[in-house]
Design a protein around this ligand. Structure first.
Ligand SMILES: *[C@@H]1O[C@H](CO)[C@@H](O)[C@H](O)[C@H]1NC(C)=O
Ligand SMILES: *[C@@H]1O[C@H](CO)[C@@H](O)[C@H](O)[C@H]1NC(C)=O
Length: 332
């Protein structure tokens, strides 16, 4: 009797574990897995380029965008599509009550977070970039990515306050009001000031825009962001920035007209996974050599005073001559 009971319990357990078939991610090509009753599943292939039981069959030549999830739900929601306060999630969440944290594969328990940080983030030795990317590039990367990765820290790390796109808000501010405060309304230029005969943005007190500087920065060094060569940004980004990041052997070109008239969905959303991956620690050198002075990372952090001290020309010139670190998936 005891034996039979044991067997029944065993069968029951096996059955529960096999219960949610979505745990094994049967839907391909970003199809959305839905449970159907207790023992079946269905793949929703809406808005993707495939159809079939597991969204495995090619339908057309659309370049599609993965269905967006938000951080608060384990299923797709209207909010994930339309509410811009969320970073979307591209990776489908692991369904509830799966045998392992990864669904059915992988270990029973997630690794210790501190061990992960040690393994993935802590640098052992600086590796110079093999294709000669300069340290200046990492400043460009930060400036550029501030357009679309704008975490709303008041609400939490899953929220953001931007428009999810390349919108030049890093130069012009987040709305028309701020933009007008930054503009000179003369010759299409932003407000500028001259320091040691170089063009600089005005200080925040003179443009009266709200800017958040991390750490203690004196008022006379709080610049209101803006510069005058914005027209080239996209071209520089595609042909230089993406080239450097990708390490492709072929040369990238910016030619948006190639896609005119094609079935291409332009609209995309900044996703939380992208934000997590978007750290350029490996680009940073152990020391920054500006002019003939050797600075540590701590000296450089939130310190526009150094740029004034050496002058923009020397600063840019020095950074463009120093090699950045190699970007890799492991950020050491
Ligand atoms: C968007 O989501 C946020 C956070 O959940 C919520 O506070 C806000 O009301 C939502 N906005 C709309 C228009 O639904
Ligand atoms: C900069 O300083 C560090 C630490 O003091 C030293 O290891 C490094 O060799 C110096 N680099 C140059 C170029 O002087």
């Amino acid at each position: 009797m005891k034996k039979i009971f044991g067997l029944i319990v065993l069968f029951f357990l096996v059955d529960v574990n096999a219960g949610n078939l979505c745990c094994s991610y049967p839907c391909q090509n970003n199809g959305v897995c839905l449970t159907k009753g207790f023992k079946d599943y269905e793949c929703d292939c809406t808005r993707i380029d495939f159809y079939g039981k597991n969204c495995e069959t090619l339908r057309s030549n659309l370049i599609d965008i993965p269905p967006p999830y938000d951080n608060d739900h384990s299923y797709i929601t209207l909010g994930a599509h339309f509410n811009h306060s969320f970073y979307t999630r591209v990776l489908p969440p692991v369904p509830e009550e799966c045998p392992t944290p990864m669904g059915v594969a992988g270990k029973e328990e997630l690794p210790d977070i501190n061990a992960l940080v040690q393994k993935l983030f802590v640098r052992e030795k600086f590796k110079p970039d093999p294709i000669g990317t300069s340290v200046l590039f990492s400043f460009m990367a930060q400036h550029f990515s501030h357009m679309f990765l704008k975490t709303d820290f008041k609400r939490g790390p899953q929220y953001q306050w931007g428009g999810h796109g390349i919108d030049m808000t890093n130069i012009y501010g987040k709305n028309k009001h701020d933009e007008n405060l930054l503009r000179s309304f003369k010759d299409g230029k932003l407000k500028l000031q001259t320091i040691n005969s170089e063009d600089w943005p005005v200080l925040t007190k003179d443009a009266d825009v709200e800017m958040h500087y991390l750490g203690p920065v004196p008022a006379e060094r709080k610049f209101a962001l803006g510069h005058s060569f914005f027209g080239q940004t996209i071209k520089i980004v595609i042909e230089d920035y993406v080239q450097h990041l990708s390490n492709y052997n072929f040369k990238l070109m910016f030619k948006p007209d190639l896609l005119f008239g094609e079935n291409f969905q332009y609209q995309a959303r900044a996703s939380v996974e992208f934000n997590h991956l978007y750290y350029w620690h490996p680009l940073m050198p152990d020391e920054f050599i500006i002019g003939d002075t050797n600075y540590t990372m701590r000296d450089i952090l939130v310190n526009p005073g150094l740029v004034i001290k050496h002058g923009m020309t020397t600063f840019v010139d020095s950074l463009s001559k120093q090699s950045a670190g190699a970007v890799s998936v492991i950020r050491k």
